[in-house]
Each structure stands twice: as structure tokens, then as C-alpha cells.
Design a protein. Sequence first.
Length: 255
Amino acid sequence: MKIKDAAAEFLGQKRIAVTGVSRTPKSHGSNIVYQRLRARGYHVFAVNPNADTVEGDPAYLDLKSIPGGVAAVVIGTRPEIAEQTIRECADLGIKLVWMHRSFGGGSVSDAEVVLDAAHNFSMPRRSLIFNAVQPKYFIVHALRDGTADVTEGTRAGPIVNWERCDYDWSQPGKVTAIVKDTNIYAIPGSSWEVNATRVDDRTRVRLIWTRAFNRRPKGLLFGFAYRTFGEKLFGTYAREIIQGLEKLENEAAAA
């Protein structure tokens, strides 16, 4: 999904919540987003657990407090609060979530931005960064502090490739995903991991895929492709992930 298509789908909703809308709007991007959506005729709802009103409108404690619910959410809060909101979205079945504010300094050079992206399961952001993850084959089964149970997949021609992983980001500097169910890979033996650290004022990112394939026809086909083209394909995909993240962060900073 392209960014303009994802934006069109998001803005096609009429009831949108915005988190992080402040009582002191001067320097808060969430307030600007709220004002623009309201001016364009959207039914927009501000979420701020520390206020009764913002921008002259009622403020709500959380998403479930909004009468009638919403179809989409703009998140404009700090990372630790944003993660709670993403879990609430999953619980409420809200699939359209847009991260307006950068997690770090607004640049992909921040290692935390890379790590946050690896365990940020909001749509459409995830498919814009990880283009092999298609919304049709994406399910968040459980989201907890530091761990998640997620199915992700993609269609390539007539073949759908999917995997269900246990994600873990409880250890500093890395996010791991262990495959526990799949139609392609062998279990155990398949995983992926991202490491991001600051070195000499720059960010070093390592993406590691470990793949073993089952003996069924799809597994044999993908196993052959992996042995033949895997290094080139995964190298290209790793660069696309970082480029996609960098594009989103730059757009957010310019918004």
C-alpha cells in the first residue's frame, strides 16, 4: 500500500480520535491535527486524561470513553503512552492508526525510532514500513508490555506466505520475532531480529533473518528461492524498510 492510498483510507473515515491534544496548544502538533480535522468537517474527538476540555471541546479519558466509538486514531503522544493506545486500539478493533509524532528526534538516525518501528503494530504504518506485511493477512492476537503475538503475511502472485510470531522487545537494543506457526517455514528454526545501537553519533542497524523451510511444496519452492536469491532479496528488503521508515519520519517532521 502506498502512502497516499493509506492516507486516503484513513481520511475516508468520519469519526477520528486524536490523542495528545493539549490544554496549552501553542507547541503541540496534536492540536494542529485536531484543528485541521475539525475544520474539514470530521467528527473528531480529543483524548487527554488530564483535561475536561481542550480546544473548546470535551476531552475524553481514553478511546473507550468516546460515545459511539471511532473508526481511526491519530496518536500524538510519547512512546510509552502511544504503546498503551495501540493496545487499546487492538482491544477495541480499531485498525486504522496513524502515528503523527516521531518517537525520537524526528530522524531515523535515532536507534529508538528503528526499534519502535519493529514492534509498532499499528496500521497502515506497519505496511508502509514493512511492505511485505499486507493488511489482509495481518492479525494482532495479543499485545502486552514487551511482547506480542502477531500474524503477518503477503501475497506474491498466487501464493500467500504467512507467519505467526512471538515478538519480544524486553531486552534493550533489539527486537526478536520467533516463528511459531507458518505455511512456509520449518518450526523450530525460523526467526528474525533487529538490532539498533548508537555508535559515534550514528545508528548501526542489523536485520537478521534465520530461515528453515518445511518439506511441503510451498516450503520447497521458497527454500530454493532463498538459497538462490536470498542474500540479494533480503538485502534489498532491509534497505526498503529503513527507507520507508525514514520517509515516514521526514513527512511527520514536516507536517
